[in-house]
Design a binder for this molecule. Sequence first.
Ligand code: RB5
Length: 143
Amino acid sequence: MIAIACDHGGYQLKLEVMKHLDARGIEYKDFGCDSEESVDYPEFAHKVGNAIVSGECELGILICGTGIGMSIAANKINGIRASVCNDCYTAELTREHNDANILAMGARVIGVGVALKVVDTFLDTPFSNDERHLRRIAQIERV
Ligand code: RB5
C-alpha cells in the first residue's frame, strides 16, 4: 500500500499520480489535501510518515510546490527517509542506496510526464541491500 498526500501546490499533480497508480493497479491511501485551497504541508507530510512507520503503508509519495517542505517535515519522523526527486536518476539511486521510503516531488518544478516516470522509477527500484548502504543508513539514525 502506497501512502500519498499533497498540499494545495501539489493537488493537481497528485490527481495525475493517483490516476497513474490506478492504471497500474497499485493500491494507495490518499491522506489529503482535497482541493487547491491553501493548507499547511507539515500536517500531510506527518500523516504519510506516520502511516509508514506504523506499517500501514510501505512507501509514500508527497507533493508540494517544490517537494522540499514536505521532505523536511517527513524527515523529522524517526525511520522516515524522504527524498526530493525531480528526475529519474535520483529516484533510482535514493531507493538503491538510501532505501528511501518517501518520494517527494515539486509540482512547480516538474511536469506531469517526468513526474509519472519518477514515480515509476521510485516504486519499481528495490533497495540494494549492500552492506555499505545498510551501514550508512544505520549511521543516519545515530544522532
Ligand atoms: C506553498 O506555497 C509552498 O510553500 C509549498 O507547496 C512547498 O513548496 C513548500 O516547500
